[in-house]
Design a protein around this ligand. Structure first.
Ligand SMILES: C[S@@+](CC[C@H](N)C(=O)[O-])C[C@H]1O[C@@H](n2cnc3c(N)ncnc32)[C@H](O)[C@@H]1O
Length: 327
């Protein structure tokens, strides 16, 4: 399901309405007279020739056309992640605003070794626009990497940190290896795929380049499809992708331990609130500090830290108000 054709006409030809579970794609930069490679310290002989650029003046309509197709082929509830630099971001945002796709997040991907400049700040981030198609509940696997209760050394929730919208992910170095001009790192792709799809889902990339999205999707036991106009890249990568076996990347990710907060998000009855407050005052009499008490209670009641803390704070405020009133 890979086509060496223009993604706009090929999507019309080969992809049915509502047929794709997830799109992850990285359209051409649209930088006229691309000189980006001059800023990178790499051997351009290893970069596959024939990258197809889109002229600046065509970028607006080009974005409208391919994003319209992407919207059509996504299933209801399916997600799309578009990776973009700053130069053409406004055209992509404009094209997205012409669809019925809903914005979920505007993610910043911060990478190492930005494009070197000495007379201004060094650009070292990309934008990732994460949108969903309405109609069904989107797939979002909240506990893809960390369970609810895993903490870092400073006591911060790893799950929370992993789901912040600024991602620090390094680019991969492929010294001496054949590569595309702008290959996305496997870990970045894995993150989007694991959070927003399930095994067996169809993942599509409109601009395959080195087929990185498709390779990672297959490695994570998803199906893959997509388009690439550059014949050199297409011919080389369509052979390379045959070397990937389904699910081979899954072993790189650990099994996430079960969540302790099994009641998180469930409505809380009066009886439970009363019992939490009674436990709190007992533990307080035993001179435990508030943070430790809340940790103990969230474990006991299978509730998140903040929901226990909210109950305690609300109760404290209520008591304060009563005291003020009585004075
Ligand atoms: C930024 S690169 C994608 C890089 C890819 N994500 C990777 O990790 O290797 C964009 C790719 O889109 C291709 N391209 C440009 N216009 C296209 C079109 N209309 N249809 C399909 N591919 C196109 C370019 O040749 C280039 O390989």
């Amino acid at each position: 399901m890979f086509y060496n054709e223009n993604c706009i006409s090929a999507a019309k030809k080969y992809l049915k309405n509502n047929s794709v579970d997830l799109i992850i794609t990285d359209p051409p930069y649209g930088i006229d007279g691309d000189k980006l490679h001059k800023h990178y310290n790499r051997n351009e002989n290893n970069v596959i020739d024939g990258y197809v650029e889109v002229p600046n003046k065509e970028y607006k309509n080009f974005s409208i056309e391919w994003i319209k197709e992407a919207e059509r082929v996504l299933k209801p509830g399916a997600s799309i992640y578009i990776v973009s630099g700053y130069t053409q971001l406004r055209h992509i945002l404009n094209a997205l605003s012409m669809t019925k796709l809903h914005e979920k997040n505007h993610i910043i991907w911060k990478y190492n070794f930005g494009v070197y400049t000495s007379k201004k700040f060094i650009s070292s981030h990309y934008h990732i626009l994460y949108y969903v198609k309405a109609g069904l509940k989107p797939t979002f696997n909240t506990y893809s990497f960390y369970s609810d209760n895993e903490k870092n050394d400073s006591g911060g929730s790893l799950n929370y940190l992993d789901r912040e919208d600024v991602w620090l992910i390094n680019k991969e170095y492929k010294r001496g290896k054949i590569k595309n001009k702008n290959e996305l790192p496997k870990f970045l792709l894995s993150k989007m795929i694991l959070y927003s799809s399930n095994p067996g889902d169809l993942v599509c990339d409109f601009f395959l380049g080195s087929f990185s999205t498709a390779k990672v999707a297959i490695g994570l036991n998803r199906k893959a499809c997509g388009f690439e106009l550059n014949k050199n890249a297409f011919d080389y990568q369509k052979e390379q992708i045959k070397l990937i076996s389904a699910g081979e990347l899954l072993k790189k990710f650990r099994d996430v331990p079960p969540n302790k907060f099994i009641n998180k998000g469930k409505p809380m009855k009066e009886k439970e609130i009363k019992s939490i407050l009674e436990d709190y005052s007992k533990l307080k009499k035993n001179k435990f500090i508030k943070k430790i008490i809340i940790d103990k209670l969230s474990e006991k009641y299978g509730r998140g830290y903040w929901s226990i803390s909210k109950i305690i704070n609300n109760n404290n405020n209520k008591n304060k108000n009563i005291n003020l009133f009585e004075q």
